[in-house]
Design a protein around this ligand. Sequence first.
Ligand SMILES: [Zn+2]
Length: 207
Amino acid sequence: MRTLTDISMPICPGMPVYKNKEEKQPVFETTSDFSTASAHETRLHIDAHTGTHIDAPLHMLEGGATIESIVLSQLVRSCRVVDLTGVTDAIRAADVEELGPKAGEFLLFKTRNSSDDFFNPEFVYVSADAAQRLADAGIAGVGIDALGVERAQPGHETHKRLMNAGAIIIEGLRLADVEPGVYTLVAAPLALVGVDAAPARVFLMTE
Ligand SMILES: [Zn+2]
């Protein structure tokens, strides 16, 4: 029997946001309700990098491609969830080496971040050297269970090395309930046009 596991963050006011910045909190504005109208409507005020989301090259590369350049055929595909829960600070090149990344693979990193239900400023991130190793291996994409693939390293080398290699970056995954292994990844970003990221519903199916 096929199993489905939702690995997205619920989006609502008070959710974990990057660096706990107040301006990154979603705001749900009720623009119409039954006290004055015959329908209930809500306007969403959310950052493109809210919750589980996909970064487009423009996020870190001046003049880079925007989110609609990433097409669904790149996001509905096989992936491998790898166990890096033993990593305490950063995923290093040696950790990547041990995984044996293959060209064209999409890797999802399950780390101790998945057990945090708040924004932890000390989240496990991907070091620039690890990103280089992944880029050299020719991976198609990486997903991580933190709201950032790096912790604002100077120059954003992790993002840039992955993006320059054409690797897709998914941030904000929830992998606590996922066993390491191979799955079908379904990542569906909102069909936004011309921006640097999009929130996405992401789930895994057993193959
Ligand atoms: Zn992002």
